[in-house]
Design a binder for this molecule. Structure first.
Ligand SMILES: Nc1ncnc2c1ncn2[C@@H]1O[C@H](COP(=O)(O)OP(=O)(O)OP(=O)(O)O)[C@@H](O)[C@H]1O
Ligand SMILES: [Mg+2]
Length: 258
């Protein structure tokens, strides 16, 4: 299968700390790819590079074989890469629907002047944006919460709302930074189903998660980072049994005692 996104030898340092070292990985079209690794391994840093919040010090990113602009979040979003954050970033005092409208507006052609003049075209676009927002609200199962403030939603629903907002930009790649964190078992199972639905509808998903069992059953391909380096990559079975992965998760020698 063709690669949607390819990272070649991407490195990033913060002062003396090497957060990512020569990381190469790929995300096939329409795949669900997992990114795992211990705390501080560099997973979020990698997301920040893919989505343009950080510039890599070295290396290249290719989207469908074309260089992806680096360090420009807005441009990268326009190229069809959307994300959620490890720490939920919703507008607490906006409603659920309004939170999605914020995301949709990025795709809109409606000009500021058009908005001021309240032209017919602008009104039509506003209507389209609203319909799309409602569509994605329904997609994640939050239609009944549309007019509630985001802050009153359960943790699990807030995470689903973040996903809806990212989906509303109609991305080719959806990057989810620990979307299952803080969810109970039912919420986790539902989330896995939602991610599979997103994949079936044609969007590739890159997902970070600490629950190895959950991610193994969800992903076709997994990349493992440890201290900023890729220590294993491949299908879940191969990765799970990789000696370096066992060592990284359990510590040297620990697995003998387990
Ligand atoms: N903006 C920054 N400035 C300085 N150091 C940073 C910055 N961002 C990340 N780091 C450091 O880079 C390393 C990798 O951090 P990162 O957040 O990418 O890890 P992670 O794999 O996402 O960890 P976790 O599972 O805890 O979320 C850590 O040592 C972290 O302290
Ligand atoms: Mg992180």
């Amino acid at each position: 299968m063709n690669n949607l996104l390819e990272l070649n030898h991407v490195s990033k340092r913060f002062g003396g700390l090497v957060a990512l070292k020569e990381v190469s990985m790929h995300i096939p079209e329409q795949a669900i790819v997992g990114l795992i690794g211990p705390n501080g391994a560099g997973k979020t840093t990698l997301f920040n590079i893919i989505t343009g919040l950080y510039r890599p010090d070295q290396g290249e990113l290719l989207l469908r074989h074309q260089p992806l602009p680096v360090g420009m979040p807005h441009k990268i979003a326009q190229h069809g890469i959307a994300r959620t954050f490890q720490n939920i970033r919703l507008f607490n005092n906006l409603t659920v629907l309004e939170n999605i409208l914020v995301g949709r507006h990025m795709r809109s052609q409606a000009s500021v002047l058009g908005a001021i003049l309240n032209t017919k075209r602008t009104r039509l676009e506003e209507k389209n944006i609203r319909e799309k927002a409602l569509f994605f609200l329904n997609y994640v199962g939050l239609t009944h919460r549309a007019h509630d403030y985001a802050k009153v939603l359960s943790y699990g629903d807030q995470r689903r709302l973040e996903i809806a907002r990212a989906l509303a930009t109609e991305p080719q790649l959806l990057a989810l930074d620990e979307p299952a964190a803080g969810m109970n078992i039912k919420e986790r199972n539902d989330l896995a189903l939602l991610i599979q639905q997103i994949q079936q509808d044609g969007t590739a998903v890159l997902v970070i998660e600490h629950d190895v069992k959950w991610i193994m059953s969800l992903c076709q391909h997994i990349t493992v980072l440890n201290f900023g380096e890729v220590i294993a990559a491949g299908d879940p079975h191969a990765v799970q049994n990789h000696p370096k992965v066992i060592e990284a998760y359990l510590g040297k020698g620990q697995h003998h005692a387990a």
